[in-house]
Design a protein around this ligand. Structure first.
Ligand SMILES: CC(C)(COP(=O)(O)OP(=O)(O)OC[C@H]1O[C@@H](n2cnc3c(N)ncnc32)[C@H](O)[C@@H]1OP(=O)(O)O)[C@@H](O)C(=O)NCCC(=O)NCCS
Length: 168
């Protein structure tokens, strides 16, 4: 059994488990979905990703969550609050990766908005960020749709990324 975190009009967000390898691989094995990441991920790298997420739950009380269709239980993607190091400080990022076949339905925006509100209301964050590759327009649009403003552009993961933020 996995723990439910929150639900929205169309979505359920729940904790990731070791049983989600197959779900996550539908995103991680897709070169188009992983275009702005260093590479696709194989099964071993997916297990490492789950372990990193479970460690974030323990250490920070948050991490990436699994997003499901509330009505059908179908796996749609992952969205959540992820600690990231920015200029030597830990900042909380709203991260989102969805299965390509469900892009264009507003699911990422709906999930990211819920995560932003959860961060402010449930865990009392005063600022959340998003890191987006400067060329990742769909990701930039999600950041802007949930009311974040561009703070700066930094070098991270060997490339230029925009830092978007929202604060209370
Ligand atoms: C980034 C990513 C999650 C964005 O997905 P997306 O489906 O474009 O974003 P949304 O879920 O917010 O959907 C928005 C689109 O759905 C449309 N839409 C359809 N029905 C909608 C509804 N009921 N409500 C809102 N939007 C709706 C919007 O008009 C918008 O279309 P547009 O972009 O052509 O204007 C997706 O591209 C992805 O998973 N990429 C791979 C991983 C990645 O790069 N993640 C970001 C790392 S920083």
């Amino acid at each position: 059994m996995s723990l439910s975190i929150m639900s929205t009009e169309r979505l359920l967000l729940r904790e990731m488990t070791k049983g989600d390898v197959g779900h996550l691989l539908t995103i991680f094995s897709d070169p188009e979905a992983m275009h702005y990441y260093p590479s696709t991920k194989d099964e071993k790298q997916t297990i490492d990703w789950i372990d990193w997420t479970l460690a974030n739950y323990t250490r920070f009380g948050v991490g990436l969550w699994i997003v499901e269709d509330k009505m059908t239980g179908a796996f749609l993607g992952q969205c959540g609050i992820v600690p990231q190091e920015i200029d030597g400080n830990i900042e909380m990022e709203i991260g989102y990766l969805f299965v390509r076949s469900v892009w264009g339905n507003g699911y990422a925006t709906e999930a990211a908005l819920a995560c932003k509100n959860y961060g402010f209301e449930q865990i009392k964050l005063t600022k959340v960020i998003s890191l987006t590759d400067v060329n990742n327009l769909p990701s930039i649009k999600v950041a802007e749709r949930i009311g974040r403003k561009k703070e700066k552009t930094i070098k991270k993961w060997g490339k230029e990324v925009h830092v978007y933020f929202a604060s209370l």
